[in-house]
Design a binder for this molecule. Structure first.
Ligand code: NAD
Length: 308
């Protein structure tokens, strides 16, 4: 199949590209390299450096006979979305509509969308959240992801463009950006490896659900073959505190640094954890990589990066 991956120079998208190529698909990547890196793009893929919002997107669709779109390009910094909601909506909502318009005009069969389980539910009423949990996003980022889910449903009902929205928990693993605000595992790992002090926001008892990138990639491939439109959480059902993460990473790396706490981030969610029962029942998906194994692989990657 001809598969277009948006955000294919980024962390998760680049792993999805590698997998699609290994399964023999022809892969076209669109990425503006705003946070992604050209080194992440598999050389076997056809790469277009392009903003999702560009009118040239339609030209690429007309030329490449795309069967499936896997949509990962996004402004994905929650704090930036609060500071600049117009920019967030411009990339995440208008960019996605530009993509969906090109997709339906060029008879694409399906769109797989990287949504968020961490940000779309807001403060949870119960733990873990399933897909029927109320949707009360607490950031413009979460709102923009929810808006795109609604557009997906619209394009399905009106144009027959089918979709799967994957609501990711906190994804981690090799190639995650360790310089940004998001991705606590990548940030702590890089700092600890360089002997720099990581700062834990608040008391460190806030919890997240950490899912390893290869499990997320497998969820994408199952979504490509899933026969009906759907929304799936992609998480582990397990909560881990930032304090526990810090401790595990410190031990793996062999760092003597002690935990240092800074002020809590205003509005930061306290607990987030997703049920994956729906994806297990429908697609036979479950997370295979335990947190300790995933952290080990992530540390090995950043160690190799450091010595390059
Ligand atoms: P990433 O920043 O590594 O990847 C995003 C990619 O999109 C980057 O390569 C960036 O250059 C590209 N991009 C950004 N704006 C663009 C634009 N206007 N036009 C074209 N390309 C653009 O982040 P990631 O962690 O790999 O996230 C991938 C997707 O998964 C995002 O949609 C994100 O919202 C979603 N997601 C990620 C997580 C997580 O824990 N990492 C959790 C939930 C959802």
């Amino acid at each position: 199949m001809n598969i277009l991956v948006t955000g294919g120079a980024g962390f998760i998208g680049s792993h999805v590209v590698d997998k699609c190529l290994s399964e023999g698909h022809r892969v076209i990547v669109i990425d503006d390299l705003s946070t992604g890196k050209v080194e992440n793009v598999n050389p076997q893929a056809i790469f277009h450096k392009l903003d999702l919002r560009s009118a040239d997107l339609a030209v690429i669709f007309a030329r490449e006979a795309i069967d499936i779109v896997i949509h990962h390009a996004a402004q994905m910094d929650v704090r930036r979305s609060v500071e600049d909601p117009v920019f967030d909506a411009s990339v995440n909502i208008l960019g996605s509509i530009n993509l969906l318009e090109a997709a339906r005009r060029n008879r694409v069969r399906k769109v797989v969308f990287a949504s968020t389980g961490g940000a779309i539910y807001g403060e949870q009423d119960y733990f873990p959240a399933d897909e029927s949990h109320p949707l009360r996003p607490l950031s413009p980022y979460g709102i923009s992801k929810l808006a795109v889910e609604k557009y997906l449903y619209f394009y399905y009902r009106v144009y027959g463009l089918t979709f799967v929205a994957l609501r990711y928990a906190n994804v981690y693993g090799p190639r995650q950006n360790s310089e940004g605000e998001a991705g606590v595992i990548a940030i702590f790992t890089r700092k600890l490896l360089h002997g720099e002090q990581p700062v834990i926001n608040g008391d460190g008892n806030q919890t997240r659900d950490y899912v390893y990138v290869s499990d997320v990639v497998r969820a994408n491939m199952l979504a490509v073959h899933h026969p009906s439109p759907d929304f799936f959480n992609v998480g582990t059902g397990k909560e881990t505190t930032v304090n526990t993460l810090f401790d595990s990473l410190r031990k793996l790396i062999g760092s003597a640094l002690k935990p240092v706490h800074g002020p809590a981030k205003k509005g930061e969610q306290l607990r987030s954890v997703l049920s994956y029962e729906h994806m297990r029942g429908s697609c036979n998906w479950e997370p295979l990589v335990r947190l300790d194994e995933g952290l080990q692989k992530t540390v090995e990657f950043f160690r190799r990066e450091k010595t390059r």
